[in-house]
Design a protein around this ligand. Structure first.
Ligand SMILES: [Zn+2]
Length: 258
């Protein structure tokens, strides 16, 4: 695909806007975590202190830097400001930079959209062990949309990726419940794998699950080693961030559309 000056300029704007987009994602996901989610209060930044309600000035809303400068505390009441904000903002910038050095220019914006959705899903899952249906749906819809634009001749692979991604984890979920009599993985994980399957196509599912399972096992073993606490079948971790990592790496380095 030819690379135009307009495309490069648009990519540059999107990349430069990534700290602000990160702020928006941080604020939106914080509200999902607080269960004020969907429908109300979609501000673009934490505009007031969560503890004292004081309105923040422009200098206090600079992504990442203001949090670090204020050492994570409100300048009015010294109340703590969640690490959620700087971490999500930083992750959004990392996505934009990583994409810039990895994918060709015509795939840049789609890659950022994928990365930012995965950051949002991971942030909510880590804090609530839930993956919002709405976000998973947006992931699947944008994945099929990106496939239609970038990889239109193999559309069937992406539809199959979504269906098989969802179906395979639902099958594992049901089998686990039959065998163990309780829930292992959640239905949200299945929807997330369906969404990433829409992006990577069915060829991307196996590498995605492989990376997710491997990184999940490494983390559980690390937790066990550092806590000196045995890992049992009751050890609970959110699987969403690992699936997100699998989807992200597969999109970047696996069956990338051409
Ligand atoms: Zn305050």
């Amino acid at each position: 695909m030819p690379v135009s000056a307009e495309m490069l300029a648009l990519n540059l704007y999107v990349g430069l806007a990534s700290p602000l987009i990160g702020s928006g994602i941080a604020a939106a996901t914080a509200r999902m975590v607080d269960r004020q989610a969907w429908g109300q209060g979609w501000g673009l930044a934490p505009s007031s202190c969560p503890a004292c309600g004081r309105r923040l000035g422009a200098l206090e809303m600079i992504p990442v830097l203001s949090w670090v400068a204020q050492r994570g505390r409100c300048r009015g009441c010294s109340g703590p400001i969640s690490l959620h904000y700087p971490l999500v903002e930083l992750a959004a910038v990392v996505v934009a930079v990583w994409a810039a050095v990895t994918v060709p220019p015509h795939v840049y914006i789609a890659t950022c959209v994928l990365g930012w959705l995965l950051v949002a899903l991971s942030a909510v899952d880590i804090r609530t062990r839930r993956l919002p249906d709405g976000l998973n749906l947006v992931l699947a819809a944008t994945g099929l949309g990106a496939a239609a634009v970038l990889d239109g001749t193999r559309m069937a692979d992406h539809v199959l990726g979504a269906v098989a991604g969802f179906g395979s984890l639902v099958a594992i979920e049901i089998a686990y419940r039959r065998l163990r009599g309780r829930d292992g993985i959640g239905r949200g994980d299945a929807k997330l794998l369906g969404g990433t399957g829409a992006w990577t196509g069915i060829q991307g599912l196996a590498p995605c699950i492989f990376v997710a399972a491997l990184s999940g096992i490494v983390l559980v073993l690390t937790i066990a080693a550092t806590n000196r606490r045995p890992v049992s079948s009751d050890t609970v971790i959110s699987f969403g961030p690992f699936l997100a990592a699998g989807g992200w790496l597969t999109w970047l380095y696996g069956p990338l559309v051409s």
